[in-house]
Every structure is written in structure tokens, then in C-alpha cells.
Design a protein around this ligand. Structure first.
Ligand code: HEC
Length: 279
């Protein structure tokens, strides 16, 4: 295709995609349309590959990344997370008092909690467990919380993402809030998540290839060489907000939990494969 025709075709398919999401179809149809957008956009990439962020679509970056993943920089931190998981609280109990199934819990999060009327993420549940056992909550985003999350994610690798769809008006409102957040333009640059991670997915922004949003909730926490340590999904949300000079929101606050709920529903049917490494 001639370049300007292909850009025009891309603009039209993105516009149609936005219109379809703004409609009132509901989460199930949204998921199908969301995923199809990326399958059409990258017809040679198998569905199961989209869990690998930009490495699903960037052959050159992929080779470097695979080499790094052979001796992954997060390995030691996963071990520390395991130790933290196993260390009893002051009351003698451990995390298994809240997670009786053990650490392989990713598949159960995020979910809409009908009693608390809120989205509960795995990181939030880790801190809830501490509080229930008389311990101080950990700081969100990095450090020990990210290490425990990395250990739990590692134990959960390969689990299929099956976030139950909203089954009450309040759950649906939280989902819609997450979706709006993803669609809304913001910051001095006036860019939405969708502008970068759907419309421009696969294109280069400075030294990065923009990852397709379909796999955004699958591989966290990640070890970033830029951070020099592990960070959670909400830390990344915050970084992407700051990147367009918008005000980041509170980690594990309502906005980011609703965004995670929306994005994880959009990944239903894929698999969890965290933790992972990123530049
Ligand atoms: C100005 C463009 C831009 C905008 C807007 C933006 N991001 Fe990003 N985002 C990036 C870049 C660049 C990266 C690093 C390369 C990559 O993985 O896409 C990134 C990475 C990510 C990652 C990590 C993906 C991975 O596999 O490591 C997530 C998750 C993410 N963004 C979510 C969001 C969300 C949610 C929003 C909206 C709140 C958003 N981004 C808005 C540019 C943007």
C-alpha cells in the first residue's frame, strides 16, 4: 500500500475502534473488539504472544530480551519475595492465612468485591492481609510489596486470565470508569493511553517501540533497568501519566484499580507471565 493510504486506513480503523468502544455494548463485546483491533493490526502475531509487550512485535528487541530473560534480573528479588511470603507476622500467622490456596493467586485478581463495592487487586489484597494480621501496610509500587507480588506472579505463570465480567451496576460503573480513563486524552501533550498503545502501537517513540495495550496487565511486576528494581503495574501507569505531563494518580487508588480492572478484562483469555524484564 502507498504510505499515505496506509496511514489513512490506520486512522480510520482507529476511529472506528474508538467509536465501537464508546458505544454501550458492554464488557464482553468490548473485549472482543479490543482484541480484534490488535489481531487486525498485527495479523502475523499469534494471540498468545501479546503477553510479551513490545517484544510481541519487535523482532530485534526480542532477541536481546530473550537473552536477558535467561538470567533474569528479577530472579533474586523473586527469592526475597518468597522469604517475605514465608516469614511469619508478629502474631505467628503468614500470608497463607489470607491466601489459603498459596502464592499462585494471580488468576483471582483483580475482581469486583460486592461487599466492599470496589475493585480489589492482588497488591491491595497483600496489604489487606498485613493489616488484618496487625502489620503495617507496605508502600505500593516497589520494594517489598513488589517483591512479594513478583513471587506470587512467578508462582502463577501460565494461569489463564479470566476476570469475571461485572455483574452489578456498581461493578459496571467501575469498569466504565477504567475504560474512560484509558480513552481520555490528558496532560500537556493531550494524549490518551489509546493514542499511544492502540493508534501508535508498533511505532517508535524515542528509543521505544510502543506496546499493544492488549497485553498490558499480563507481565507485571517488571524489573526495569531504568528503575534499577522491580515496579508494579500502577507504578507504570503513573509513569505513563507523567510522560504526557499529566498528574499521576495514587497507586492503588480507585482510578488505577478501575483502570487495571478494565485492562485485565481486555486481556481475558491470555495468560499471566509476570514477572518480566524491561529496559
Ligand atoms: C506518549 C505515549 C504514551 C502514553 C499516552 C501512554 N504510554 Fe504507556 N508507555 C509508553 C512507552 C514509550 C512505554 C514503553 C514501551 C512500551 O512497552 O510500550 C510504555 C509502556 C507502558 C506499559 C508497560 C508495557 C510492558 O509490557 O512493559 C504499560 C502497562 C503502559 N504503558 C500503560 C499505559 C496506560 C494505562 C496509559 C494511559 C494512562 C499509557 N500507558 C499512556 C508511552 C505512552
Amino acid at each position: 500500500m502507498n504510505k499515505s493510504i496506509s496511514i489513512l486506513a490506520g486512522t480510520i480503523s482507529f476511529a472506528l475502534f474508538l467509536i465501537s468502544l464508546i458505544g454501550i455494548a458492554g464488557p464482553q463485546e468490548d473485549t472482543a473488539k479490543f482484541q480484534q483491533y490488535f489481531f487486525n493490526r498485527f495479523p502475523n502475531v499469534p494471540k498468545s504472544e501479546f503477553i510479551n509487550g513490545s517484544y510481541a512485535i519487535d523482532k530485534i528487541g526480542r532477541e536481546n530480551w530473550e537473552a536477558i530473560e535467561e538470567f533474569p534480573p528479577y530472579e533474586l528479588l523473586v527469592d526475597i519475595g518468597k522469604e517475605l511470603w514465608e516469614t511469619p507476622f508478629a502474631n505467628g500467622k503468614t500470608y497463607t492465612s489470607c491466601f489459603p490456596e498459596g502464592p499462585a493467586q494471580r488468576k483471582n485478581y483483580p475482581y469486583w468485591d460486592n461487599k466492599r463495592n470496589m475493585v480489589v487487586t492482588m497488591e491491595l489484597a497483600i496489604n489487606d492481609c498485613r493489616i488484618a494480621n496487625g502489620e503495617k501496610p507496605l508502600k505500593y509500587g516497589k520494594g517489598q510489596l513488589a517483591q512479594i507480588s513478583a513471587y506470587m506472579s512467578f508462582a502463577s505463570r501460565g494461569q489463564t486470565i479470566k476476570v469475571p465480567l461485572p455483574n452489578s451496576p456498581k461493578a459496571l460503573a467501575a469498569y466504565e470508569d477504567g475504560k474512560q480513563f484509558w480513552l481520555q486524552r490528558r496532560g500537556q501533550l493531550n494524549f490518551s493511553c489509546a493514542n499511544c498503545h492502540a493508534q501508535n502501537a508498533g511505532r517508535r517513540l524515542r528509543s521505544n517501540i510502543l506496546s499493544p495495550a492488549i497485553g498490558h496487565a499480563t507481565s507485571f511486576p517488571v524489573y526495569r533497568s531504568k528503575w534499577g528494581n522491580l515496579g508494579t503495574l500502577h507504578r507504570r501507569f503513573s509513569g505513563c501519566n507523567a510522560q504526557v505531563r499529566a498528574k499521576p494518580f495514587k497507586l492503588q487508588g480507585e482510578k488505577y484499580r478501575n483502570l487495571e480492572y478494565f485492562l485485565t478484562i481486555m486481556a481475558n483469555g491470555l495468560t499471566f507471565n509476570g514477572p518480566s524484564s524491561r529496559p
